[in-house]
Ligand binder design. Structure first.
Ligand SMILES: [Zn+2]
Length: 174
């Protein structure tokens, strides 16, 4: 287990399409490192709920999430369905933590994945969890929140400006 460096916007690795995990035991070390790295990020930044393996430079389809007191270890996750109903929000990302991006996400998603034993599982999520899953699933395909900005003129803001003008921590909203 180790705290790994989180790669940042501009690193071409963030744009690569991560590969399927064929043997889940190969994902265990990555999951452990993601957990340590997420905890370190939370400790140093005061927020953070999910991280994709590519963000520590590992191009495998693996995601680690902690939300609402629950932990999720997602291997080969795939969004099977997402609601047409969307909501608008300001998103952020470990790989550019000081940039907020206004975008639309589906209110609800249905996801299939494997756990660390290789068992097939499914989950249904809405709102905060749903948008987080969409954000992390995008990472596996090299897609970043900036690609989904509603526009370039009014949908990008620094975190400092966001906190000043909207007066709240974005992650406490959901
Ligand atoms: Zn991200």
């Amino acid at each position: 287990m180790a705290i790994r460096r989180i790669i940042e916007l501009g690193d071409p690795l963030l744009r690569c399409k991560s590969r399927e995990v064929t043997a889940v035991d190969q994902a265990i070390e990555t999951l452990n490192d993601l957990k340590d790295t997420l905890h370190e990020f939370q400790r140093t930044h005061g927020f953070g709920r999910g991280i994709a393996a590519i963000q520590i430079g590992v191009p495998d389809r693996v995601i680690y999430i902690e939300i609402a007191g629950e932990t999720y270890e997602l291997i080969n996750p795939e969004i099977e369905r997402q609601s047409e109903e969307q909501f608008e929000m300001w998103d952020d990302c470990f790989s550019f933590p000081n940039l907020m991006v206004r975008l639309n996400r589906s209110e609800r998603v249905w996801l299939r994945y494997q756990d660390r034993t290789g068992a097939e599982r499914r989950l249904e999520a809405e709102w905060a969890f749903a948008e987080l899953l969409q954000h992390e699933a995008d990472h596996l395909d090299g897609v970043l929140s900036v690609d989904r900005a509603i526009d370039l003129k009014d949908s990008l803001m620094t975190r400092g400006e966001y906190l000043r003008t909207l007066g709240k921590n974005p992650l406490s909203t959901f």
